[in-house]
Design a protein around this ligand. Structure first.
Ligand code: GLA
Length: 736
């Protein structure tokens, strides 16, 4: 890992373990150009790549062609309004109503370590494990400074980029767009990967060709969303899981975003990512600065899998925090699908008694314990225990659960307010709404205006009071509606465009307070399932509920899309009852266990009501979790086959970092008539080691139980057809 500046060539070079990223300063006007991103290079004589000799050029000597220059030069971070007609990353409006902005290099600094981003999540690292380059650019007419920050890490190929804008002038200026990163490069027939979905169908992998014009994903919903994900990758058409070029961007942010690739008239692409400009306008007073959130950029020559494993390492080592960061999580049982709103102390204790006897370690009480919430039409904001339901109070319930040797966890939805709540009756202006307009309801609730300090302090205090009242060791922080009716009673007219970003900052501030005041708490974020599964949230909670769809088959694709970026240790995954509550499918209990094993693992069912046979298999599943979770949490993840592509089976693997063992999960989604065994290649192992099938008893069909690591990878094993649909098996390989 190194960052250099070659004064002669005016070239910055950032070297991660396997990649180089180069930025050049050109012309008397000191434009900052993107030179190269790809495999690591020794050479730093690369400014020729900027095509500064190709017509039309030379804005200084030939101002006649300035527009043409700006419209084709590979800008490192762009202004707007002065001749670059591609989408720009920064846009402003002055008090006179003017919009042009142009950036030139002024100075830079290179330092060990990485500074935190004020009030925002960001990757971190020690002075030994990372280095940072800060480049200051300026628009000398506007007196606006733009500080571009790039951090690299000794142990992964990621580059963390962010942007800070400083108003050095004497008048306020309105920032109408501040994206966080941009990469201009030549298109090489790239294909774009995005993760799209819906409620209960989050993060389905989509691949489409990059074509002329703009193609984007984004959210204007006030959260990262079920529908589109703050991630894009672009890859060569020949890139596979194991080989080939791939570039990616992932946004460390939980609100509105735009992620876009635009191919221009000359076949160059501009990839960009940042806060969505729709409904964004930030008033920056003289002397003030605006910090845009961080984007993680990544290049891998080792295919999609190489990208994935770099993201996993970065997030495990440089983003996730807290005492559970590297720890096995307690196996929980959540009562949502077990009881929905229909529970009381006795019902919860009945579940806990059975569960504790089976080895389950924590009871989580979900929605419905407060106010008079018997359904989802009421009481959000009234975070007082409903003692008619929880007879004897919360403390009593928690003590009884603790006596069974179990931990206790609880559900909150702190960002919301029901019209039918004491809080709304007292403070109707605390909801986000446009004065004079009846607010649009979603799940019969409004969003609290957390941009107001008194509102977030009030809600935080209510949550904290509940947590102090009993021995609560886990919180599920939910957020069940997206934002609309953007209006705040707390912001002046010329700051209403700040609402969405301020709301996200407020959530970060509240979760920061929570994790500091309750450092031993296990926090799990959630948003109508997995609508806010993003790196921003992972900075505060080591795990996030992945989807409300708990069906084992649907989960294969939801978890594959999620694990394309996020470590398995972060994916909330539970075994639930069948027929599945979302899709009505019945799958074997065993298969549900295998699929949940790829995440945090827990249960979401009424253990007192499921078939005896299923109940009897829970201790075995608990043992399976304890046996494999260290490997699943810490290992390298490989996708082997994806049932969404082949329609019949799914297969993935986790390999220990030291290659001493691997766990392969194989799920035959649909049985097929008259077929041979299926060849599965198992990558990632040490080619010179012999691996033994440790659970050979589960594989009576295998002719052989010892294989070379190279044979497993390049020749593979043959998996026999399993009788029936939705059947699964684990293959545990241990180096001899
Ligand atoms: C969301 C969550 C569920 C559950 C319900 C409760 O949908 O994703 O797991 O907590 O809210 O209302």
């Amino acid at each position: 890992m190194n960052i250099t500046y070659n004064e002669k060539n005016r070239l910055f070079k950032l070297d991660t373990p396997g990649t180089s990223y180069c930025i050049g300063v050109v012309d008397e006007e000191n434009f900052l150009g993107h030179v190269y991103y790809g495999r690591r290079l020794l050479d730093d004589q690369l400014t020729y790549l900027l095509r500064t000799q190709e017509a039309p050029f030379v804005p200084t000597e030939n101002n006649r062609d300035r527009c043409s220059f700006l419209d084709s030069f590979p800008m490192e971070y762009t202004g707007s309004g002065l001749g670059d007609y591609r989408e720009g990353t920064l846009a402003v409006r002055t008090t006179e109503g003017h919009t042009g902005v142009s950036l030139s290099y002024v100075s830079h600094r290179i330092y060990d370590g990485k500074e935190a981003l004020a009030g925002m999540p960001a990757a971190f690292g020690s002075k030994e494990s990372c280095k940072t380059l800060e480049i200051t650019c300026e628009d000398s007419i506007l007196h606006l400074q733009v500080i571009l920050s790039y951090s690299i890490f000794a142990d992964t190929d990621a580059i963390a980029r962010s942007v800070r804008i400083v108003n050095g002038g004497s008048e306020e200026i309105f920032l109408t767009k501040v994206l966080s990163a941009c990469i201009d490069m030549d298109n090489e027939d790239y294909e774009m990967i995005t993760l799209n979905g819906s409620w209960a169908r989050e993060r389905v992998i989509q691949v489409s060709p990059v074509r002329k014009g703009k193609q984007s994903v984004g959210s204007v919903r006030g959260e990262s969303s079920h529908q589109e994900h703050p991630f894009i990758a672009w890859k060569s058409p020949t890139t596979t899981e194991e080989t080939g070029d791939i570039y990616a961007m992932n946004f460390v942010y939980s609100g509105n975003f735009l992620a876009q690739i635009e191919e221009n008239q000359f076949g160059s692409i501009r990839a960009m990512m940042g806060i969505h400009p729709e409904n964004f306008c930030w008033k920056l007073m003289p002397g003030e600065s605006f910090q845009a959130p961080e984007v993680i950029c990544l290049y891998s020559a080792e295919g999609i899998g190489g990208m994935t494993r770099n993201f996993h390492d970065l997030y495990r080592n440089h983003l996730i925090r807290g005492i559970y960061k590297d720890k096995k999580r307690p196996i929980l049982i959540n009562n949502w699908e077990a009881t929905y709103f229909n529970f009381n102390t006795e019902k919860l204790l009945e579940i806990a008694r059975q569960a504790s006897g089976l080895g389950i370690e924590m009871l989580v009480m979900d929605d419905g314990w407060f106010g008079h919430r018997e359904d989802d039409n009421t009481s959000l904001g009234d975070w007082q225990v409903n003692e008619t339901k929880l007879e004897g109070g919360l403390k009593h319930l928690v003590e009884e659960v603790n006596k069974l040797g179990m931990k206790f966890g609880i559900w909150f939805e702190p960002e919301m307010i029901s019209p039918d709540s004491d809080l709304y009756r007292q403070h109707p202006d605390w909801a986000i709404q446009i004065p004079g307009r009846v607010g649009s309801l979603s799940r019969n609730q409004y969003v609290l205006d957390l941009t107001r300090k008194e509102v977030r302090d009030h809600v935080y205090d209510m949550v904290a009071a509940v947590l102090h009242s009993a021995n609560i060791e886990y919180v599920k922080w939910d957020m069940n509606r997206q934002l609309s009716d953007l209006g705040s009673y707390g912001l002046p007219a010329d700051r209403q465009g700040e609402l969405l970003h301020r709301q996200v900052l407020a959530v970060y501030e509240m979760q920061d307070r929570l994790t500091k005041e309750f450092p031993n708490l296990l926090l799990e974020n959630c948003s109508g399932g997995g609508a806010r599964f993003d790196p921003g949230m992972l900075y505060y909670s080591p795990q996030i509920w992945c989807s409300d769809d708990t069906d084992a088959v649907e989960r294969l694709s939801i978890q594959a899309g999620t694990a394309m970026i996020y470590p398995l240790s972060t994916m909330g995954a539970h075994v639930s009852d069948c027929p599945n509550h979302t899709v009505g499918r019945t799958t074997p209990f065993e298969t549900r266990g295998y699929v949940a094993l790829a995440g945090t693992f827990g249960y979401e069912l009424d253990v007192t009501k499921i078939p005896q046979e299923d109940r009897d298999s829970i201790p075995g599943q608990v043992a399976m979790y304890h046996k494999y979770n260290d490997l699943v949490r810490e290992g390298d993840y490989y996708r082997i086959a994806h049932y969404a592509e082949n329609h019949f089976f799914d297969c993935y693997e986790v390999v220990a970092k030291d290659k001493s063992e691997a766990l392969v999960t194989y799920i035959q989604v649909l049985g097929r008539a008259n077929c041979h065994s299926r060849r599965i290649r198992i990558p990632g192992l040490a080619p010179d080691k012999i691996y033994v099938v440790e659970n050979a008893a589960d594989w009576p069909e295998l002719k052989q139980t010892e294989y070379g690591g190279d044979a497993l990878h390049y020749a593979g094993i043959q998996v026999p057809p399993l009788a029936g649909d939705f059947r699964g098996r684990l293959l545990h390989l241990v180096a001899r």
